[in-house]
Design a protein around this ligand. Structure first.
Ligand code: CDP
Ligand code: MG
Length: 136
C-alpha cells in the first residue's frame, strides 16, 4: 500500500555555515526525496524556543535554541513514501559519533549539538512542524 508522506527537514546553522546545503539537498534527492518547498531563513531565538518547546525541560534547551537561531538555516518539506521514517534513517543518530555510515550526521555532523540536520520524528509532529514554517 502506498504511503506518500511529507516531513520537515532543517539544515542547521553548522552545515549552512560550511556551505553544505547543496550537498545535503543532493543526498535527499539521491535517496528519492522530492523537495516540495524550501527556504533559507534565520529565525529569532523566541521562534526556536517555540519550535523546540517539547525539549523545554531538558538541560540543553537554552543552548539548542541559541544555536538554531545563530545563523541561516534551510527549511524544507520533503516528500517520499514513508518520508518521516526514511528521513530519520538518512539523518542517522542524534550524536554523530553513533551515526552509521552513509547517514548525513555521520558524514557532516560535528557534535551532538552541531549535528547538521533536523527531521520530524512522527506523523503528528511533521504536521505541526510543516505548519510552523510554511503556513501561509
Ligand atoms: O534531532 P533529534 O530528533 O535526533 O534529537 P532530539 O533528542 O529531538 O534533540 C533535538 C536536538 O537537541 C538534537 O538534534 C541536538 O541538536 C540537540 N541535543 C543536544 O544538544 N544535546 C543533547 N544531549 C541532546 C540533543
Ligand atoms: Mg527530535
Amino acid at each position: 500500500m502506498s504511503n506518500l508522506e511529507q516531513t520537515l527537514s532543517i539544515i542547521k546553522p553548522d552545515a549552512v555555515e560550511r556551505n553544505l546545503d547543496n550537498e545535503i539537498k543532493d543526498m535527499f534527492k539521491n535517496n528519492g526525496f522530492k523537495i516540495v518547498k524550501e527556504k533559507k531563513i534565520q529565525i529569532e531565538k523566541f521562534e526556536a524556543e517555540k519550535f523546540y518547546k517539547v525539549h523545554e525541560t531538558k538541560p540543553f534547551y537554552n543552548d539548542l535554541c541559541t544555536y538554531l537561531s545563530s545563523g541561516p538555516i534551510v527549511v524544507m518539506i520533503l516528500e517520499k513514501e514513508n518520508a518521516i521514517l526514511a528521513n530519520r534513517d538518512l539523518m542517522g543518530a542524534t550524536n554523530p559519533k553513533d551515526a552509521t555510515d552513509g547517514t548525513i550526521r555521520k558524514k557532516y555532523g560535528i557534535s551532538i549539538d552541531k549535528n547538521s540536520v533536523h527531521g520530524s520524528d512522527s506523523y503528528e509532529n511533521s504536521k505541526i512542524e510543516i505548519d510552523f514554517f510554511f503556513k501561509d
